[in-house]
Each structure stands twice: as structure tokens, then as C-alpha cells.
Design a protein around this ligand. Sequence first.
Ligand SMILES: Nc1ncnc2c1ncn2[C@@H]1O[C@H](COP(=O)(O)OP(=O)(O)OP(=O)(O)O)[C@@H](O)[C@H]1O
Ligand SMILES: [Mg+2]
Length: 391
Amino acid sequence: MEMVAVYVDRGYRTGLGTAFYDRLVELERLDKLVFSHRTVIVYGPRGVGKSELVRYWLRGLQERGRIAAVYVDARRLRGQHLVRALETRGLLVDKKNLAERLLEVLKDLDDRSTGLLQLTYHAIDVLIDVIREYASTRIILFIDEFHLLPRYMHKSDPASKYLDALDDLEALAGLLAKDPHYSNITIVLTVSEGFTATDLVLSKLHGYSTAWMLVEHLDVDHFRALYKEYVSLKSCGVDVDEVLGLVGGTPGYLPELCMLDRNTVVEERVPMWIAEVETGLSRARNVLSAEIFRRELEPREVIRLAYELINNDIAPLREPHLHALGQILTTYNIVYPVYPRGRDGIRYKPQYPVYRTVIELGYREGVETLLDLDPHRVYQEAVAKLHGHKP
Ligand SMILES: Nc1ncnc2c1ncn2[C@@H]1O[C@H](COP(=O)(O)OP(=O)(O)OP(=O)(O)O)[C@@H](O)[C@H]1O
Ligand SMILES: [Mg+2]
């Protein structure tokens, strides 16, 4: 048997209750980006471990001194738990204290909803005061799931919610990049909405010292080791090859999938993944028909385009239709864009292997709608593919 070096930090507990696995490359890259940019946006497939990566990295900062970090969990903030939403590192003030000072500022605002700008502007001011007292040199403000900040939540239309969040982000990034008052602050954001990886967002933030950091799946060996520890703590109704074949190295899926057995996965969960892809593709069909092709596209044509999309690098100028498809499927969290270094193509990768299987099987079988696919076949093909790669 081949020996593989697995990086595991048993001194750290993740949200799953396990040790922290893998991510040495990502940690190094995040470190570089934070100290060379003012705004860092961490993006990637849902559940792969973006938030945990940044939390883990923040913890390591403690040992380096002279850097203060505040972590704001927008999900908890939404639940009005300011104290629980905050974590502080390297600040000689505890989070209760900090939360009180923040609340004092926030309560004077007429609008009770604490938006990103309100919160971060005031947080920054309060933090600067606090930091000055202790003469730290650098402040890192980490906002997890920034699009979930309360200000955006009462909007019913998701698109307008994102656009508002984007306007705020643009203003904030501009401020950090240009106003010397904020010159020792870096903001790190994680977002699980594909929207943030679209060209619209990229172009809006262009020139504001903003960096994107892509976090992809855990590698197979690390994921196997993590799975092993996880099942020793809890239990799991599906085996590791099934998990890997369906959702890849996505630790965020473990709690949900492990509660199911194989039959339930095939009969209930697989149809949901199929429906997710179908939703993205039918939206894309409408948009491409109206805005690019100017004729009604056949459903099969869109499945073929999706097949082409995930199997090739896309040149946006030469292939505007594929580029548009990639952007729409990114917004729907079906794919995510990877910008290869040194080449100008974009590769749109499926967020999970099962999405790839659905698109490829749909293409090969020539179905009218992906909903006609047999979940048993999707399951078998997804899991078999993994064995094909790893004999
Ligand atoms: N490197 C890792 N080692 C062990 N467990 C991890 C690791 N990364 C993430 N996890 C666990 O996997 C789960 C999902 O991680 P996390 O919430 O960070 O993902 P995410 O990418 O931020 O997801 P979302 O897209 O929903 O925001 C969490 O319970 C987390 O504790
Ligand atoms: Mg997250």
C-alpha cells in the first residue's frame, strides 16, 4: 500500500467535532493574499470548508502577535446574537466588551437593521480605538457569509439582495483601498453564493486591491482520513466511496449524508441534485434564448452546451454563449469558475461530481429534461467513476 502524507491538526476541533485536515496550500495562499490586499474574497463550492479554513488560519495568527483579528459570523448576527457572532484574536479585550462597544455605536443608528456598511464602518472605528490602545499594527476583519447580513435578508428578490450587497462591498473595498484612515485594515469575506464569483462582481471590484481565493474540495486521501475520524465519532449510513463519488471532498455534506442510508440517498437525495441542475439549465435556456440566440433553444441543446462547458476551457470573447451559460450556472451554484494562471480561458467546474454525472448522462442519453434521468443510474455512474479514477 502506498503511504500518503496526511496533514492533520489534532489540537484543533472543527465544527464537525473532528481534527482539522489538509489545506496547507490554501493556508499559505490565504496568508499571502491577506498581507498583500485590502479585501480578500474566499469563494468555492458550498460546504468544502471555506469558513473553517479562515477560522483555522485566524487562530494561527495569535502566535504571530501584533495582528488583531475579529471574526463576524453573519449567520449568527442574523439571529441577533452579537456576542456569539464575534470572535476576537490577539485583542486584549474580550468579545463581550467589544460587542458592548459595538452595540453602543449601533444603537444610535436609526435603521435597526445592521447592514454590512453600518456594521463594518462602525466596527472598524471601534476597533481602531481598541487597537490603538494596544498598539497592534494590523487589523483583520473577517466577515463570514457577508451576504447574510441582516440588511439583505428582508429583500425577497435574491438578485436585488445580491446587487445591494455588491454595492456595499464595492464602497467598502474602495474605502479600504483609498482612505488612509483605514490603511491598516484588511477584510476577509467568505460567501457561498456563486454570484460573488461572476464577472459582474469581479469587474466592480477591479482596481480596489481585491483578491479572490478559490477553495476547492479536500483531496481524496485527506477526505478519507476525515471520514474515518468522523464515523468513529458519529456513525454513517453511506460509505466513503459513495460520498466521494457524489459530492467529492465536501465535509459539509457529511452530517446530512451520514444520516441517510443508500436507498434514501438514491431515491430521495439524488433526485434533488438532478432537480438543482435542471433548475439552473432551464433558467439558462430562457436567458440564452432571449438574449444570445434570439430563438427558442431546445432543452437538449442546452444540455449539450452544458456538457461542452464543463469539459473545456471557455474563451469568453469567442464563445459568448458558453460564457453566458457559465455565468448563469455559477449564479445557480451548479458550477464555479476557475481562472487558470497563464491562460485566458475560464474553466467552469461542476460544484459536485454528481452534477457532472447528471449533465454527462443527460447528454449521452439525449433526454428532453434531466428530470427523466433514472436516479439509480446517476448514483451508479457517479460512484463507479470514482473507482475508475482510483483502481
Ligand atoms: N479542513 C477541514 N478539516 C475538517 N473538517 C472541516 C475542514 N473544513 C471544513 N470542515 C468542516 O466541514 C463543514 C463545512 O465547512 P464550512 O462550513 O467551513 O464550509 P463552507 O465552505 O464555509 O460552507 P458554506 O458554503 O455552507 O459556507 C464544517 O462542519 C467544518 O467544520
Ligand atoms: Mg461558510
